[in-house]
Design a protein around this ligand. Structure first.
Ligand code: HEM
Length: 241
């Protein structure tokens, strides 16, 4: 439970960091004058949601990498080996759908990188029941699926990493040493993870009049405006009839 709470707090900090931009750099004080209690408000709501659904923590962390920031960014530009090994450690919790990892056992068990045959058999058996396709989920970390810890790296050593990109970290000469170190030293993983997340959240940062703060986070303001205009237009037509 302690590690779950820690994950929630880490996510909260990351989300706050992502929205605080000023003068080309992230600033933890960006909302100090306009909304001094922001962090407590966000913390309260994230903690509340997290209590009901632990899946909210991986979903939020994933947003930073996969969906990146307001206008999207090239998350591959410039990241180094330490970033790759530590950020992949975000797969210490959360889930994936069968189509995302079935190449590990289809048409045969993966040999490049090699997969534990019992693990591959369990994935194959599970995904045999994935009907309609993409409805079943598999934990990314088979040891401690809901905890933000370093057990993901144990998975890799046991050849139970879910994706090729995960499993490959323990084979490749440039990443093996660090992945092994993180399995032995959770503190070192946490430290590098925080550093790499901060680095990633500073990439392609849009400040000043570049980009926009969305009124509705699901769509750019322009698109929402177009939809509203179209809807108002329809109402006008209906009123004329
Ligand atoms: C190295 C390249 C990466 C690849 C190829 C990759 C691929 C994937 C895939 C295929 C899924 C499952 C999607 C699904 O089936 O629904 C996933 C889930 C996830 N990824 Fe990654 N990922 C990568 C890096 C990262 C990074 C850098 C982070 C965060 C720092 C991250 C965080 C997550 C999380 C937390 C989930 C679980 C989401 C949830 O349960 O809602 N991934 N990733």
């Amino acid at each position: 439970m302690a590690s779950r709470a820690a994950a929630a707090i880490a996510v909260l900090a990351l989300v706050c960091a992502a929205v605080h931009s000023s003068e080309g750099q992230l600033s933890p004080n960006f909302h100090a004058a306009t909304c001094p209690d922001l962090e407590h408000i966000v913390e309260f709501h994230v903690a509340e949601t997290f209590r009901r659904d632990v899946g909210v923590a991986p979903a939020l962390i994933r947003i930073l990498f996969h969906d990146c920031f307001p206008q999207g960014c090239d998350a591959n530009r410039s990241l180094d080996v330490a970033d790759l090994v530590s950020l992949s450690g975000a797969h210490t919790f959360g889930v994936a759908h069968c189509p995302a990892f079935e190449d590990r056992f289809k048409p045969v068990f993966d040999t490049n990188p090699a997969i534990d045959s019992k693990f591959a058999t369990s994935l194959r058996n599970k995904c045999a029941g994935d009907n309609p396709a993409g409805t079943l989920t598999q934990n990314l970390d088979v040891r401690t699926p809901d905890a933000f810890d370093n057990k993901y790296y144990f998975d890799l050593i046991a050849r139970q990493g879910l994706f090729k990109s995960d499993q490959g970290l323990i084979d490749h000469p440039t990443t093996k040493r660090m992945a092994t170190r993180f399995s032995l030293n959770q503190g070192a993983f946490f430290e590098q993870f925080a550093r790499s997340m901060t680095k990633m959240s500073n990439m392609d940062l849009l400040t000043g009049n570049k980009g926009e703060i969305r009124n509705n986070c699901a769509a750019p303001n322009r698109r929402v405006q177009d939809i509203e205009t179209a809807t108002t237009g329809d109402e006008g037509i209906a009123a004329d009839m």
